[in-house]
Write a protein that binds this ligand. Structure first.
Ligand code: SAM
Ligand code: CA
Length: 221
C-alpha cells in the first residue's frame, strides 16, 4: 500500500483537486479564464500551486525567479506567498499571454512584486548574472521550453544562494521519459536533464510525482 506511489485515477484526482486543495479565489478565477484557451494544459495544476505556496512560505523566500509565465498562475501563487518586500523576476516571450497575467496580478494587488521581462529567458538570466545578482535569489521555478531546461538550470543555480531551491516542472513528461521508444526532442532533453541532475554533486535532489513530475534541487553550500 505505501511502499510505492499511488496511481491517480480520475476519482482520486477529483478528490485531491476538489477537497484536498486550498486555492485563493483570484487564482481560481485565473485558472477558469485560462481553461478557455487552447493551450490551457500549459498551466500548472492547482495542487502543484498549493505545494509551491507551501514551499515558498516554508523556505522564507524573498527573491524568486520564474522561467515560463504563460497566463501567470504560478507567478500569482508565488507573489501571494512572498512577503510584502518580496520580488519575483518573471521571464516569458509572449506579450499576449502575459497581458492576462498582468491583469490578475493587478487584481490581486501583487503587481508591484513582479518584474516581468519579455525576452528569451536565458538573456534575462545572463543579464542578472552580469549585473552581479549571483547568489542573491532564494528560489526559482523553471517551466518554459524543455530544450532550454539545462541552460536555465545552470543560470538559476548561479543566481541562487546556497540553500536556495530550484523547482523544475514536467520532469516526468506524461511518463515519456521512462519509454526509450519515445525520442522527440523535448523528451530527449528532459531525460538528459534528469540524468544530469541524478549525478549532480552541487545539489540535493528530489523528484516528486506531483502533476507531471516536479524536481526539487537544493543548492549545496
Ligand atoms: N508556469 C506557467 C503557469 O503556471 O501557468 C506555465 C508556463 S508555460 C508551460 C511555458 C511558457 O514558457 C509559455 O508562456 C512560453 O511563452 C514561455 N517560453 C517559451 N520559450 C521561452 C523562452 N525562450 N524564454 C522565456 N519564456 C519562454
Ligand atoms: Ca509545466
Amino acid at each position: 500500500m505505501s511502499r510505492k506511489t499511488l496511481t491517480m485515477d480520475d476519482r482520486l484526482g477529483a478528490y485531491l483537486c476538489g477537497f484536498g486543495v486550498r486555492e485563493p479565489d483570484i487564482a481560481r478565477a485565473l485558472r477558469e479564464e485560462t481553461a478557455r484557451l487552447p493551450e490551457a494544459n500549459m498551466q500548472i495544476a492547482p495542487e502543484q500551486g498549493q505545494f509551491l505556496d507551501f514551499l515558498i512560505r516554508s523556505l522564507g523566500v524573498r527573491r524568486s525567479l520564474e522561467i515560463g509565465v504563460y497566463t501567470g498562475y504560478s507567478a500569482l501563487i508565488t507573489a501571494l506567498a512572498l512577503p510584502e518586500n518580496g520580488e519575483l523576476v518573471a521571464c516569458d516571450i509572449s506579450a499576449e499571454w502575459t497581458a492576462i497575467a498582468r491583469r490578475y496580478w493587478q487584481q490581486a494587488d501583487v503587481a508591484d512584486r513582479i518584474r516581468l521581462h519579455l525576452r528569451p529567458a536565458l538573456e534575462t538570466l545572463h543579464a542578472l548574472i552580469d549585473a552581479g545578482e549571483s547568489g542573491r535569489f532564494d528560489f526559482a521555478f523553471i517551466d518554459a521550453d524543455k530544450t532550454g531546461y539545462a541552460a536555465y538550470f545552470e543560470a538559476c543555480l548561479k543566481l541562487l544562494r546556497p540553500g536556495g531551491v530550484i523547482a523544475v516542472d514536467n520532469t516526468l513528461w506524461s511518463g515519456h521519459v521512462a519509454d526509450p521508444a519515445i525520442t522527440d526532442e523535448d523528451t530527449v532533453a528532459l531525460r538528459a536533464f534528469n540524468a544530469a541532475r541524478r549525478s549532480d554533486e552541487r545539489i540535493d535532489l528530489c523528484l516528486l510525482p506531483v502533476a507531471d513530475g516536479l524536481s526539487l534541487a537544493r543548492k549545496r553550500a
